[in-house]
Structure formats: structure tokens, C-alpha cells
Design a protein around this ligand. Structure first.
Ligand code: PLP
Length: 421
């Protein structure tokens, strides 16, 4: 399968390299210039080389269940009484989410660049587990940086990363969370770039990461475009995806960008509500301000002095201060609409989804489901909604048991896992 639809994305790059409108770029320290230039060059080479994409497709189909299927949610559709709801099943990827698409692609690129080691940052641990898996499969050394707080909170993922052969470094600096892990990974990279690649987990950071990660994730949209045609003989009226950094959304949207009749909707983490100060809605709430941080320019949740704010979401994967520059640009052009879903709505929709369809969605993906349920009720039965089910929810067992205030399971889980709230 060719990824020709995606070529349109490259045309958005306007003049300055890595900029989409005013968003993106590469704001990096001098010491990383050479490495980033080398990465840009390697990416340019592979994206023009059909044999690379073929190798990638081959790996993804033999190792990660691609193409992932589309599921028609008959019961959920009946429950809403309006538009037909379909799921793109990224939860069926190896390691349980769309993250594999990006990580395996970067792994193949690392092999072509002749490097022997990968490093990555991880918050909840999902990107860390995916990266450690890729490193095991492709025979690379692997170091994962994780805030010490997160190491304590995410014991099962730390266990699996170590079993997969990765070294997990607990970062004690600052608040000992994701942003401190990113800084530590950057310091490692500056010291080790000759043999090391930094496998960034989403469509953020300096150029070429937003474009490169979108390229790998575009496999979702390319498949979905064809599959919807095959399944119902037409394209969906709406495509809905959750947005943390924005990689699963960019991936599925990229397949429909030039289909003007397909509405594209990104759903951010509304947390305890957009007026509560406890959320991660950069665009939907209008509370994000354009600024530069972590190597790129986009909407960040920051105060008047440019200090980054604390964010909150029931789902760790959406709990982030910035948003991918390509999505920020597509929003400014009116192509992608942004909405939000609160923690409370997410837990309700989670229950509805599990009981009606027997699918356990990740809490991140459930944000997209919340919005799909709202839209479906307003639309006619002849309309179709496609939801990107970015991952499976097994990993969220602790958070969900806690949110459901289930005493029996809470006590059991607490006795098993240190740090469970
Ligand atoms: C990490 C993660 C996300 C958020 O990342 P994006 O880059 O916004 O896609 C969403 N869903 C799942 C299941 C994740 O693991």
C-alpha cells in the first residue's frame, strides 16, 4: 500500500523548514544541530525510498497485526439512536496502542542510520514499553528515562521494560515527572549522539519529529480511508480522535485531509472542567498561548510569564502542556475542530463502551468516544462516524478501579502495587 495521500502534508511546509504556518520549527541548542541535521537527511532519504516503506509495512503486518480492522459498533449505534459508529482498532497493535507504528518505524530508520542504541522518555510508560519492545526485536541497546514519581506509580510498565532488556533511569530532578525525563533524555543525547537515536514518542519536539512521526502514523489514515470505502462504499462524515501530543489524531486525519466533506475532530483532556485549572485543553478551551518550549513552537498551557502550567487528566497519555504543530496549523486553517471531554464523562463513556461492545478502550481513546456519543445522537441514521480507538484499556485498571470506587478491587490492587492511590 502506498502512502500517497500523505504527500499533501509535506506541501503544507511553508518556506522555512519544519514550519507549518507559524507553528513547528527546530529551536534546539547548538550542540544538537549536527544530529538533528543528520536525522533530517536520513528521513529525507527514506521517505523517497519505496523499499523503506515496503519494509515498514512488512514488519507492521507480520509483527503488529496491521492492517488493524474497522469494527462497526452495532449496539452503541442503537444506544445513541443516530449516526453509525465505527472504530479503527489501533488497540489491536502489538503492545496495545498506535505507539507501535511510530516506534517500529523509527527503529527501522535507526538501523539504516547504523546506530546501535535508542533512548526515549516516558510518562505513564506506554511509549517506554513500545520502545523497549522495538529495541528487543531489532537488537538495539535501550535506555528509558522516566521521572522517579512515575517509576513509583507505574510499576508494571517498569517491570516489563526491564524484562525486555531496557535500562530504566529514574529521574529525580525537578518534579520527577515527564518534563524532567525529557530533559534528562536530551542531556544523554547531547553526549551520545554518535551512536544513539532519541525516539520521540509523539508529533511534538523539533523538526523533523512532528513530520516524521506523522508519516509513520499515517498508516492508520491510509488504511482507514480504503477500509471505509470497502465496508460502506463511502467515506465517514466525521473522524474523531483524542489529542495528547497528537500522534494518533495526526495519523488518522492524514488519510482524510483532502476530503473536504469529512469533518475532522480532535478531543483534548477536559480533566475536571476547563474552568477548573485542572485540565490539558490547549486549543479547545482557548487557554493555550503560542510559545516556544521543548524545541518547537505551538500552543502551550503557560502563564503570562511563559511558565508552563501544571496539567491534569485522568488519562496519563493526554496529560501534556503542548500540542503537535501540524494539528495547531490545521486548526488555524479551520480544517480540524477541537473539543474536550471531562474525566467524569470519560468514566461514564468507558462503562457504556465496555458493556455494549465488549471492547475495553484506553482512557485516552475514551475521550474520542465521549464526543462520538454526543455527535451520533445529533446526527441522522444515514450518517457515519469513525473513531480512532488509539489503545486498549488494560493498563488503566488501577485508575478505573479507583474512579469506580470499587472497594473490593481497590483493596486488592492496593495490596499488590506500591504507589497505587
Ligand atoms: C500515548 C497515547 C495517546 C496520546 O498520544 P497522542 O500522541 O496524542 O496520540 C493516546 N492514546 C493512547 C492509547 C496512548 O497510549
Amino acid at each position: 500500500m502506498k502512502n500517497h495521500i500523505f504527500n499533501q502534508l509535506f506541501e503544507f511546509e511553508t518556506g522555512r523548514e519544519g514550519f507549518f504556518g507559524e507553528f513547528g520549527g527546530a529551536y534546539i541548542p547548538e550542540i544538537l544541530h549536527e544530529t538533528i541535521a543528520e536525522l533530517c537527511e536520513a528521513f529525507e532519504m527514506v521517505r523517497k525510498d519505496n523499499s523503506f516503506w515496503e519494509e515498514y509495512i512488512d514488519l507492521m503486518s507480520s509483527y503488529s497485526c496491521r492492517p488493524t480492522p474497522i469494527t462497526f459498533c452495532e449496539n452503541l449505534t442503537e444506544y445513541c439512536g443516530g449516526a453509525n459508529i465505527f472504530l479503527k482498532r489501533e488497540d489491536l497493535n502489538h503492545t496495545g496502542a498506535h505507539k507501535a507504528n511510530n516506534v517500529m518505524g523509527q527503529g527501522l530508520l535507526v538501523k539504516r542510520m547504523g546506530k546501535k542504541r535508542v533512548i526515549a522518555e516516558t510518562g505513564a510508560g506506554q511509549h517506554g514499553v513500545a520502545t523497549a519492545t522495538m529495541a528487543a526485536r531489532l537488537g538495539l541497546d535501550c535506555t528509558i528515562y522516566m521521572g522517579a514519581e512515575d517509576v513509583a506509580r507505574q510499576r508494571p510498565n517498569v517491570f516489563w521494560m526491564e524484562q525486555l532488556g531496557a535500562s530504566v533511569v529514574a529521574v529525580e530532578d525537578g518534579t520527577a515527572t515527564l518534563k524532567d525525563a525529557i530533559n534528562a533524555a536530551m542531556r544523554d543525547w547531547a553526549d551520545s549522539m554518535e551512536n544513539t537515536h532519541y525516539a520521540l514518542g509523539t508529533v511534538c519536539g523539533p523538526h523533523p519529529f512532528p513530520l516524521m512521526v506523522t508519516w509513520f502514523q499515517s498508516i492508520i489514515g491510509t488504511e482507514a480511508h480504503q477500509q471505509m470505502q470497502d465496508k460502506i462504499g463511502q467515506l465517514p462524515d466525521q473522524v474523531i480522535a483524542c489529542v495528547g501530543g497528537g500522534s494518533n489524531a495526526s495519523g488518522i486525519f492524514s488519510g482524510f485531509l483532502d476530503e473536504q466533506n469529512v469533518e475532522l475532530i480532535g478531543v483534548e483532556a477536559g480533566g475536571e472542567g476547563t474552568n477548573s485549572g485542572l485540565h490539558a485543553t490547549r486549543i479547545a478551551s482557548g487557554q493555550g498561548h503560542i510559545g516556544v518550549a521543548q524545541g518547537y513552537k505551538t500552543y502551550f498551557l503557560q502563564d503570562n510569564e511563559g511558565q508552563m502550567k501544571d496539567t491534569h487528566s485522568v488519562s496519563a497519555g493526554l496529560d501534556y502542556i503542548g500540542v503537535g504543530p501540524i494539528l495547531a496549523y490545521l486548526h488555524s486553517e479551520g480544517r480540524v475542530r477541537f473539543e474536550s471531554a471531562t474525566d467524569k464523562e470519560v468514566i461514564e463513556a468507558f462503562k457504556i463502551m465496555v458493556k455494549n461492545e465488549g471492547v475495553i478502550p484506553a482512557l485516552e481513546s475514551t475521550h474520542a468516544i465521549v464526543h462520538a456519543l454526543k455527535e451520533a445522537k445529533l446526527m441522522g441514521k444515514d450518517k457515519n462516524i469513525l473513531v480512532n480507538l488509539s489503545g486498549r484499556g488494560d493498563k488503566d485498571i488501577f485508575t478505573i478501579a479507583d474512579a469506580l470506587k470499587d472497594k473490593k478491587w481497590n483493596a486488592f490492587l492496593k495490596s499488590k502495587v506500591e504507589g497505587f492511590s
